[in-house]
Structures are given as C-alpha cells and as structure tokens.
Design a protein. Structure first.
Length: 239
C-alpha cells in the first residue's frame, strides 16, 4: 500500500503503477483534487469510501487516502499495437466489458496467453480487481500477458479501428455463427458479462456480432468458457 496524500501523489508522478486509490468521502483540499486529476490522467480507479474502510487497513495517519500497488503491470494500447505490427504479427486483442468475477478473469487470461492474444483490454471501472487471487487463478498468466487499462472502452475501439483492427462482439442473439467469421485478419473480440452482456453503446460500434451455436436451450455459456471457444477458433484459423 501507499499511505497518505503526498505519498500517493509522489507514487503516481514517479510512474508507480497503482491498482486503485481509496479516498475518504469527506476528504477535501488541494492535494485531494490533485490526486483525483492524476488518477484520471493515468486511468487509476478511485473508490470513495467511509473513513472506517480506510481504518480497516490497520494503518494510521492515512490522511483519508490509501492506494494499492498494482500486482499487474499496465501497458499503453497504442504501444502494444505498434509493437505487435513491428514484429510482423497479426494483432489479436481481447476486450472485457463488465466482467467482475476474478475467477473468470483469471481463466480468461490463462486461455488468452495460450491462444496468442497480444493484450487484454479492460476499463478502469466495472471490472474485477487484478489482485493476487486473480493472478493465482490465471496460473500466473496475468503476469505474462500485457493488460491495457483504459478509461473508455468506446475510445479503445476507436483506437483499434484507426489501426485497421476489426472488432467482433460476442452476442448470444447474433445472426452470424462463430465459425463463419474470418479471424485471420487483425481483430479484437469483445466479451461482456453473463448477466448484462456488452454495453449497448459499445455493441453498436463493433464491426460484427458473432455467436457460439448451441444445441441445448440455455441462457448463456460461462464467459470464461465462451472466450476459450472463440479464441481456439481464432487460433485454428490462423494456424
């Protein structure tokens, strides 16, 4: 942990990667405003909590501000795209929208690494914490595969489009079957939560909606399992 207002400001300025910042809901002052601004600039989630939450960390003199050091190193999306292209490889990205269960995230990361995904893209809010439990569930894959944390998945899709990368959305009611798609071109796959699916506005700007055909009449597949099925189809085509 990084404890105290000045310590958190210095950590961000020095390039220390933080998983999230906890701020007392009643904390005020210029330094608090600076922390909020830096957090926005560096895509660091901020949780506004009662002081009892901060006291629960069993630390003193936290000044209403505590940050957790990131267990996973985050990367810039454009840098990963450029690096992938420079290596002569066909980009493959995975976008996670609203997936909060760290066991699913860990399983997805493990399969992604095995299938050659170049990076996993997550939003800075509304996603499960990439903590020690997530890393353990991923069998260490989260420490090996690049993760890009962005403040807007919509902007991330725009950035992918500008780099000539086609974006597919996994959607249970889509008309097109998974195996009828061409994944040999540069592409990204969007996976939504099992409960809510993909955010409607994000779904709208994707290039194609795809589905995994099922014989049984059931609501949906587990998102980690569904991701694995899609990524193995991509790998099969590219092999």
């Amino acid at each position: 942990m990084v404890i105290g207002r000045n310590a958190v400001i210095e950590a961000i300025r020095s390039g220390r990667q933080l998983d999230r910042i906890y701020l007392d809901t009643k904390a005020l002052g210029q330094d608090i405003n600076e922390i909020k601004g830096l957090a926005t600039q560096h895509h660091i989630p901020v949780n506004y909590v009662p002081v009892a939450k901060l006291d629960g960390f069993n630390i003193s003199d936290h000044e209403g501000c505590v940050a957790l050091i990131a267990k996973v190193q985050y990367h810039d999306l454009q840098e990963i795209i450029s690096f992938t292209v420079e290596k002569g490889e066909t980009p493959l990205f995975l976008i996670l929208d609203g997936i909060t269960d760290i066991r699913n995230i860990g399983g997805i990361a493990r399969t992604s690494f095995c299938c050659g995904v170049h990076a996993i893209i997550i939003p800075d809010k509304g996603v499960g914490a990439l903590n020690e439990d997530a890393i353990l569930t991923s069998a260490g894959a989260l420490e090996k595969i690049p993760v890009c944390r962005v403040n807007s998945l919509m902007k991330a899709v725009d950035e992918l489009h500008m780099n000539g990368i086609k974006v597919f959305a996994s959607e249970m009611k889509a008309a097109k079957n998974l195996y009828d798609c061409d994944f040999k071109e540069p592409c990204a796959i969007v996976m939504g939560s099992e409960e809510k699916g993909i955010y409607p506005a994000l779904l709208k700007i994707c290039d194609e909606k795809i589905k995994i055909p099922m014989k049984g009449d059931f609501e949906s597949l587990n998102v980690s399992v569904a991701t694995g099925m899609i990524l193995y189809e991509v790998m099969k085509q590219r092999s």
